[in-house]
Design a protein. Structure first.
Length: 104
């Protein structure tokens, strides 16, 4: 009688161990498949500048103030290189912008 109880206990222990292993196996599969997919970018779009018609090679500015006359004096020097052969003009949208020197 005692031997039969021990055999039943061993069978139950093996069955419980097998069920536990099956549950653990399926739980690990669910955990792995629940991860979000990794997105990989081979090129950073922000690192590549857009195809502009011109390139500003050099820019220097000078700003001075005349408070007694309520004036701000601004001087800017641009060195611009065209990227395409059919560029014939550049438009600056500013207030009171005057070009004093121009070299082609």
């Amino acid at each position: 009688m005692r031997l039969q109880i021990i055999r039943e206990a061993c069978k139950n222990f093996i069955a419980v161990g097998f069920i536990f292993k099956v549950i653990l196996f399926f739980a690990s599969i669910l955990m792995v498949s629940a991860q979000e997919k990794t997105v990989t970018f081979y090129v950073d779009p922000a690192a590549v500048p857009p195809d502009l018609p011109i390139t500003f090679k050099h820019l220097s500015t000078h700003v001075s103030f005349k408070p007694e006359q309520n004036q701000v004096i601004r001087i800017a020097a641009f060195t611009v290189i065209p990227n395409h052969s059919n560029i014939d003009s550049i438009v600056f949208y500013t207030l009171d912008f005057q070009i004093s020197n121009h070299v082609s």
